[in-house]
Design a protein around this ligand. Sequence first.
Ligand code: SME
Length: 181
Amino acid sequence: MPNLLTTVHAEASNFASDVTKEDAYKQVLSQATALLDGQRNWHSNLANTSSLLWHAYKSLPTPSASVNWAGFYVLDKSRASQLILGPFQGKVACQTIAFGKGVCGAAASKRETLLIHDVKAFPGHIACDGDSKSEIVVPIVVGGQTVAIIDVDCAEVEGFDEVDRRALEELARLLEGACDW
Ligand code: SME
C-alpha cells in the first residue's frame, strides 16, 4: 500500500560539499530506501535512484566528480537476452546491449560485478561516449535472472574502487527486493 505520508522532495538529492564517498553512498542508500517505501514501480524507482547517484558523485572530489554517466539498463522483455536503456543521468547512450556484449552485457550474463579500471583494457567495451575511461557495472538479479544492471562511467581511469563496488552491490540488493520487475 503506498505510503501517502512520505513526501518526496528534491532535497533528497542534496549532498554536503565535504561529504566522504562512504557517507555519500550511505545517504544514497537511506534516501533510496525511503523513496522506495510504498512504491514498487521499477521505472519510477530507477529514475529517482539515478538522480541520487548522480548528485552524490557530483558532490565528491575527483575521480567521483568525473562520473559522466550513471543509470540503468533493464531486461528487454520484447527480446530475450537483451538489455534496453533504462533511467539514467548523463548524455544520450546506446539503446540496446545484447547479453555477453560490452561491460554491461558481460556483467548481465555472468551475474557478477565488473569493475573496469581502464575500459581500453576490456575487450569488447562499448564506447557509447569516447570520454568514458573507467566503468563499474553491477547486476540486479531476481530468481537467478538478471533483470537490470547498474552502470556508472567515469571520464578518468581508475574512477571506481572497492567502496563503489560494496555500495553499489548493496544498492542492487535493495532494488532487487523493492521493485516489481
Ligand atoms: N560502456 C558500456 C555501454 C553502456 S554505456 O557506458 C552507458 C558497455 O561496454 O557495456
